[in-house]
Design a protein around this ligand. Structure first.
Ligand SMILES: *[C@@H]1O[C@H](CO)[C@@H](O)[C@H](O)[C@H]1NC(C)=O
Ligand SMILES: *[C@@H]1O[C@H](CO)[C@@H](O)[C@H](O)[C@H]1NC(C)=O
Ligand SMILES: *[C@@H]1O[C@H](CO)[C@@H](O)[C@H](O)[C@H]1NC(C)=O
Length: 503
């Protein structure tokens, strides 16, 4: 009760803070936050903040050298650039964006297919640290085989000064060869090493390592040599670079990352090919304009085998600090928003065959506010105050694994199906809320990937599932589960099958 009252007040405060409109009036003493302070109004003496010749030209009162992000037709005297990043629209006010306010009737043409292009590849990330959880873990030997065409082992890191490949920790490193050994049981399986991840760019020793590497040929030489040796020694077939995110100031990025990442990937591709092995190369992409604009996707596209687009985590508890969104609960894998994210690729003529759609085997949860005021408001769009309670095994507030959600539903939670978003909303304990994907919504997403001619789907992460979701996805793909063998043996079964393999 106290907690609920507290969150009620907290939400109210947040709303007041968020409700503050941007004040666009200005004067000689009150500068504009964005733009130039235009000529004074004859009665009030106040100007209005804006861009272009009307505000920054004759009569301008302050910050008059401010140039717009893009040029709606004023010329480059008034704008920094003619076009917007990622070819998004330039509004008549000189701002870049993707909605109708910016695009003035222009629409994006998305690819359309009727086949099953995305059945080709099913990539699963495996969290090498998952055994450190107290429950709901999955040892390499328990990874279901037969469904995934590729496993991306997450993660390895890069040493910030030697630029050699580095383990996250000893426990994670001890699993590399246990995962690549699965290829003996499933000879069609490929196992790649994923390097980086969100935490590598957190404040700390490796925050600028990707930027440093991308701008230095000598650092790249050291990295490539160590990487190829590592892949050969541990039996990896390819490398997936997860840089989160180039060019993003809030993630330790610098503007030069935009071009340097291309050179880095071109050099890596040449070196991998030159090694005489058929190593694969992919990178992950964010699905939001904000982070994707740091990637030169047009130049990267032909260098890579494919892009893994992270079409999950679109919403989470961090939304509450984003002024334009606020503390409202939304599904993190909303198909409407996934489609908008992919439009950023189609605006740049990216080949859909080289795009792999991300599927989440976990839910993002939020704790709705105003449950006292309006107990019926548990659907998308309702307000929240905090991440929901952490899961019994994963323990991170705001995240629940598929494994945990299955349990919560078994215990009697209410599940609603939002067909348009292709997401399920699960509510329980009067105030707990999580959005996730189940068999039904995975089918909608797989159909969508086929309709958009994509080259495959990928899953974050194999070990967050108790088998429910991958059995469903595998069924949709028409793949059969291969028998897996318990840790330690069943050698007699090998003998029976006459495979002649030793474990
Ligand atoms: C325009 O460029 C200047 C100088 O590079 C920069 O300080 C400013 O933030 C840019 N303006 C916008 C709207 O991006
Ligand atoms: C590298 O090898 C792949 C095949 O493994 C090929 O498709 C690609 O064109 C090669 N790229 C370069 C830059 O040599
Ligand atoms: C899905 O996204 C659309 C567009 O942003 C939004 O209107 C809708 O409420 C979202 N649905 C859910 C379940 O989050």
């Amino acid at each position: 009760m106290r907690l609920q009252l507290y969150s009620f007040l907290w939400c109210l405060l947040l709303q007041v803070a968020l409700g503050q409109e941007d004040d666009l009036s200005c004067s000689k003493t009150k500068a504009c936050e964005i733009g130039c302070c235009g000529p004074p109004d004859p009665t009030t003496g106040l100007g209005v903040c804006g861009l272009g010749p009307d505000f920054c030209g004759t009569g301008c009162q302050g910050t008059c050298d401010y140039k717009s992000e893009c040029d709606p037709g004023w010329g480059l005297d008034w704008s920094n650039a003619t076009d917007c990043p990622l070819n998004v629209c330039c509004s008549k006010f000189g701002f870049c964006g993707t909605t109708a306010d910016f695009c003035n009737g222009k629409v994006v043409v998305s690819p359309e297919c009727s086949g099953r292009s995305s059945d080709q590849k099913t990539i699963g990330y495996y969290e090498g640290w998952n055994l450190q959880r107290t429950c709901g873990t999955m040892a390499p030997e328990d990874i279901p085989l037969g469904y995934y065409t590729h496993i991306n082992f997450a993660f390895a890191l890069i040493h910030p000064t030697t630029f050699h490949i580095a383990p996250m920790d000893a426990g994670t490193a001890s699993l590399y060869t246990r995962v690549t050994a699965l290829k003996e049981k499933d000879p069609t399986l490929k196992v790649w090493i994923a390097i980086g991840g969100w935490a590598m760019n957190d404040p700390g020793p490796t925050r600028t390592t990707f930027s440093d590497l991308a701008k230095s040929e000598s650092a790249q030489d050291a990295f490539f040599e160590s990487l190829i040796k590592f892949m050969l020694e541990n039996g990896f077939d390819g490398v997936d670079i997860d840089w989160e995110y180039p060019g993003a100031e809030d993630r330790g990025g610098i503007p030069e990352d935009f071009d340097n990442f291309v050179t880095f990937m071109r050099n890596l591709r040449n070196r991998l090919n030159g090694s005489g092995n058929a190593f694969g190369l992919s990178i992950t992409l964010p699905a939001s304009y904000w982070y994707l604009k740091g990637f030169n996707i047009i130049e990267l596209d032909p260098i890579l085998d494919w892009f893994n687009i992270m079409t999950y985590d679109i919403h989470g508890t961090w939304d509450s600090t984003v002024k334009s969104i606020g503390p409202y609960a939304f599904a993190h894998t909303n198909l409407t928003e996934i489609n908008q994210g992919l439009e950023l690729l189609w605006r740049n003529n990216i080949n859909p065959e080289r795009v792999v759609l991300g599927l989440g085997f976990y839910g993002r949860s939020t704790y709705p506010c105003f449950t006292m005021k309006d107990p019926s408001c548990m659907h998308a769009g309702c307000e929240f105050s905090d991440g929901a309670k952490g899961g019994a095994c994963t323990g991170t507030p705001g995240v629940l694994s598929a494994h945990e959600i299955v349990q919560i539903i078994d215990d009697g939670a209410t599940v609603t199906f939002d067909k348009e978003a292709a997401a399920k909303i699960v509510t329980w304990d009067s105030d707990q809320w999580v959005s996730w994907d189940d068999a039904e919504t995975l089918e909608l997403k797989l159909n969508y990937a086929n309709r958009r001619c994509l080259g495959g789907t990928m899953v974050w992460a194999i070990d967050l599932d108790d088998g429910t979701l991958i059995d469903a996805l595998g069924g949709l793909l028409g793949r059969e589960k291969k028998e897996t063998y318990p840790t330690g043996g069943w050698k007699w079964l090998y003998a029976d099958l006459g495979s002649g393999q030793e474990e």
